[in-house]
Design a protein around this ligand. Structure first.
Ligand code: FA5
Length: 326
């Protein structure tokens, strides 16, 4: 008899002392399991005197129900405590400083290109794209380069075959943009160019150019100078002076190189001139009726001047210490 009471007491104490579901489950197995103490007492019933068997059986049954209830209640309580603990462990302190996420930004040549487009579109020019892998005709022949001319020496490049080459100048867009169109034309392009160069601080095998041209009635060097002045003033800020000096490019006549006066010095920017009559005629624009100007310059050069960068190779090195300065 005492054994039954003792079992109930032990079960109650064991359940109360169990701190986790696993501990409780161990106690439960010990008491109620098939090899547990209650089962052992049940097995002994048959050795009890027959007159006591019935009441003993009823007590054991009541005890089983009581113990089962104790365990069920304790199980609920432990579950609640465990949920509480888990929530506490998962709590996020929203006041802690966050992990820094490095942010990217536009490459200086991209921001310069964007600005170039903004300014030239504002001046009424339309943008065109041409292929970086050009053909000989657009890069040279259509631009009035005579065969075997020394002008080629300045623009040696990488040939894919006899006819296909990496373009040396964005001027190659001219033939593509003039074909099938009629003046008035105000067209610009910006993009990557390539030359077989001895690489140094101001020459790379890969660089970027912007090219601009206009064809209409009575276009003169004065128009060219006016557009260049407006372009350079918008790009560099302030009132910029433009100076021409004679230069030679096969696709212009006359040809010039131009410099701007900015922050107390003259800075050479690129080449320009009036579009050669041969080129106008080749596209069916009568040179007696139409004339045009063209100019080109390096995108890197613009950024270098503005920010005092001294080595143009830095633009392609992808060193973030350089790029994050802008
Ligand atoms: C030309 O390429 C002509 N197409 C420009 C032009 C256009 C003249 C329209 C007349 C009418 P040039 O070879 O000078 O010209 O190059 C122009 C600019 O491109 C240079 O001033 C320079 O800023 C840039 N450039 C040329 N070669 C390189 C190079 N290897 N690395 C970096 N920039 C270069």
């Amino acid at each position: 008899m005492d054994e039954i009471s003792a079992l109930l007491d032990d079960a109650a104490t064991g359940a109360a002392e169990a701190r986790t579901s696993q501990e409780l489950s161990a106690v439960e197995t010990r008491v109620l399991g098939s090899k547990g103490r209650l089962q052992a007492l049940m097995a002994e019933l048959r050795h009890a005197p027959p007159e006591e068997r019935r009441s003993l059986g009823a007590r054991l049954n009541d005890t089983r129900v009581a113990i089962t209830t104790i365990f069920a209640k304790r199980k609920e309580a432990i579950k609640a405590i465990e949920r509480e603990r888990r929530l506490e462990a998962e709590t996020v302190d929203v006041t802690l400083p966050g992990l820094p996420v490095p942010r990217g930004r536009s490459h200086p040549l991209s921001t310069t290109t964007d600005r170039i487009k903004e300014v030239l579109i504002g001046l009424g020019f339309e943008f065109f794209d041409g292929p970086e892998l050009e053909d000989y005709a657009h890069n040279f022949a259509a631009l009035n380069y005579p065969e075997e001319h020394p002008a080629f020496d300045e623009q040696m490049t990488f040939y894919i075959n006899d006819d296909r080459l990496l373009r040396t100048q964005t001027t190659a867009i001219q033939g593509r943009a003039m074909r099938g169109r009629k003046p008035p034309l105000r067209i610009a392009t910006v993009g990557r160019c390539f030359r077989y160069e001895a690489v140094d601080a101001t020459h790379h095998h890969t660089f970027h150019q912007v090219d601009v041209f206009m064809v209409d009635h009575h276009v003169s060097l004065a128009d060219l100078k006016g557009i260049l002045k407006a372009f350079a003033s918008a790009m560099f800020g302030g009132d910029v002076e433009v100076r021409f000096r004679p230069d030679y490019f096969p696709f212009v006549e006359p040809g010039v190189d131009y410099s701007i006066y900015w922050r107390d010095r003259w800075l050479e920017l690129g080449g320009a001139g009036l579009i050669h009559p041969n080129i106008l005629a080749a596209h069916g624009f009568d040179p007696e009726v139409y004339s045009g100007f063209a100019f080109g310059l390096g995108v890197e050069r613009i950024h270098m001047i503005r920010h005092g960068v001294t080595d143009l190779r830095d633009y392609l090195n992808n060193d973030l210490r350089f790029l994050w300065q802008f």
